[in-house]
Structures are given as structure tokens and as C-alpha cells.
Design a protein around this ligand. Sequence first.
Ligand code: FHN
Length: 446
Amino acid sequence: MEMIKNFEWPDDYGNPEWFMEDRFGLFIHFGLFSAAARHEWVMTLEQIGKDGYQKYFDNFNPDLLDARKWAKKAKAAGFKYAVLTAKHHEGFALWDTALSDYKISNTAYGRDLVKEYVEAFRAEGLQVGLYFSLIDWNHPDFLVDGYHPERNNKEYIENHPGDMESYTKFMHGQVRELLTNYGKIDYLWFDFSYANRDWGDSVGKGREDWKSEELEKMILSLQPDIILNDRLDLGRGVGTPEQYQRNAKMENGKKQLVWEACQTLNGSWGYDRDNLDWKTPEMVTKLLIDTVSKGGNMLLNIGPNARGEWDAKTEEILGRVGEWMRLHGRAIYGCGASEFDAPADARFTQNGNRLYLHLFSWPYRTLLIEKLGGKVAYAQLVNDNSEIKYIQDEGLSGKRKSHKDLNAEVTEIHIKDKFEDNSLLVTLPVQRPDVLVPVIEFILKD
Ligand code: FHN
């Protein structure tokens, strides 16, 4: 595993090596929007004012929510860390905050979900992260801008001119609560800065509005080992591209950045009952592999429903991905980008002398890999640790015992002349292993 020295990382942030080892995180979007069940931006997309939104608070009762079940499911799916929306843009707090009545402990649920979440996920051995929205559409002092649900409500705007000094005092106070009352928090995930937005009659918000420098200092004084993402508009922290797949590592000049691709299962972060745009288990697995092959993590999102349960489709996808992770975790955890170039329609991940070839399509019988010739000591399929044979400089690996080896020899004769002398010719079974993505492990010579 590449040490952090090869990466750009703030000296005063916690050591992110656990993060870079873990590779696979669970994002959980849960709040009053889960009851509306049509995307977590519903309040602003439908310009529902605070009064209109109150019905979700009044009727909120996730009676089947059990954070311990969430944690066990997360572990079974192969996740190593999690990030829960402690408060999303709607301003509804999932913890018993002393700074606002707009909180889960004042609903029929009556309990502190952040407390239950951190305890349950730590008990399963996962690192715990919290998502915190810098935006708060419920707070009366939050200055209305082009993203605000009340942006076209003249009366609201007249009565709420905005007081960002007072708002940031409140916002910093809530962050202080989360980093003081719930033990060690491993990852704080802010969302989001938009300083470059300009709607004409209002502009976006960034580090000056959030008092990001002051906030960051407070955070690191309370939790010196914590890591932060890059959305405080300070130009540092874990990179967080979302809803698309990068085509290369995340780099800043000569150094790689610590980053995670943030992806949804169906295009919505919050529970969206009627949204059927689900990614397949195979697509999710390939996104994870592709991200790790570029030196990043994947933060994969789920949106539990308003009873606090994971819907059937989410369970199905994570069940399949979890089975692949059960067999192939060693090709993901602790791995990163490789110095070798993968063949077409495949990805390499690497951890020291273990090089993993993830085959997005299954070639017929042979696979030629450049620059690996002479470097491989042994090769096997990861799903069953069955040997995979190859030809490199010294000819077919292992003794020829069966007609199949003779077959490989014939291949060698036919292909040898096209064979770069530093290539590796892998001979594959015709039958593709019955897993989401087959993986070959090459054990490299020291
Ligand atoms: O506006 C949010 C959105 O609702 C969601 O929480 C995503 C997750 O990365 N972040 C913001 C959009 O970038």
C-alpha cells in the first residue's frame, strides 16, 4: 500500500491511511425527506416552505429503524466505513441537539439516532463518519439564495433578511456538539460550498460565509485524528467527485490526492420510492474496482425509507456486491493503482507484490499482458484460488501434464512470434467463473 508520503494531504489533518486501506464506504442519506420519498432536495425542488414541510416532521416515525441491523448489513456488504447524514439541507438534526427543536428526538422516534449509529457501527468494526450540511433551509437566519426553497416567497424574504453571523455561530455550535458528545468521529463530510454560483438577485456561499478556517481549527482542536472532505471551500481534504466516474487518478501536480467517488444506487441520495434507475450489482462492482484502480475509494449511497428500513432493491444489490466482496475483498482492501497498464476491458489493482487483474469481459482462452513477462511467480483465480497458467520468457509455467497444456503449447507456437519478449501470455479456462467480476491474482517475484 502506497504510504501517504506519495499523496498530497494536509499535515494538520488526521492520518488518512485507514481510509485508503478501507476503500469501500457506505453513505447513508436519511431525514424528513425520506418520508416525502421523492429525492432529498424535494423541499426546494417543489419550493415547499417551512410551513408546508412541517407535516413531515409531525408524522415522522421510523418505527422499524434499528441501527444495529444497519451496521450488520453494512459489514456483510463489505463496507469498512460509513457516513450518515447527521443533518441535511432541510435542517433536521438526527441527534439530540441543544441548539434547535428541529430534531429527531422531538419526533415520535424520540431517540438520538447519531448516538445509536456511532455505537452500532463501531461495534461492527466500521469507522464512523458524519455528513453535515453547511446549508440549512430551516434556520431563520440562513440567507435566502437561489437554492433556497423560499427563494420566490417575497414575504418570507422580507421577514428573513438573513444574518449569517448568527447562523454560522449556530452551525459551528452544532458541529461542536457532534465532535464532543459522540466519542471519536473518524470522518467529517461537509456539504457543500457554491461560492461561484450567481443568480443575479443572490449569490452562492463559500468559506467566508461558513467561516471555514475558524470551523476547521475548532474541528481539529476537538478531534485531532479526524479527516475532512474538500467541501469547506478551503481547497484541501478528501476529494469527492460525485455521480460520475473519473477517467484517471486524482492528482495535483506530481502528487496523488486522497479521494472517493460518491455514487448512488438509483440516482437519488434520499429515498425515492418511484425512482427505478437502479445500477446493477455488476455495475456497482465495476465502479468500485475502477475507482480503486485509480487510487480512490468508493462511497456508495443508500437512502433508507421512512420506516428506517433498506428497501428490497437496495438489499438485493448490496447482497450480490457483498458476496463478491466476501470472495474478492483482498483485491480491493489495501489496494491502489498499479504501475502496470491493464489490458483492454480490465483493471489492475495492486497491494505490494500482489497484482489483481479484474476482467470486465472474459477473453477466449488467452490474454496477452505487456511488461509483465518474467515478473510473475504464480497466478490464480481469486474466487477459488485455482491456478491460472501463463507463458513468459521461460515458456509455459509448470509442467505440461494434460492435453489442455498441449493446447496451450499450440497456442504458444502460434502466438509466440507475435509475443513481445517482456509480455505474459495467460491461458484462461473457457468457462468464465460465476462471479460478478472474475479476478486473477498475480504474485509478483520479489
Ligand atoms: O445537495 C447535496 C445532495 O443532496 C447530496 O447530499 C450530495 C451527496 O454528495 N451532496 C450535495 C450535492 O453535491
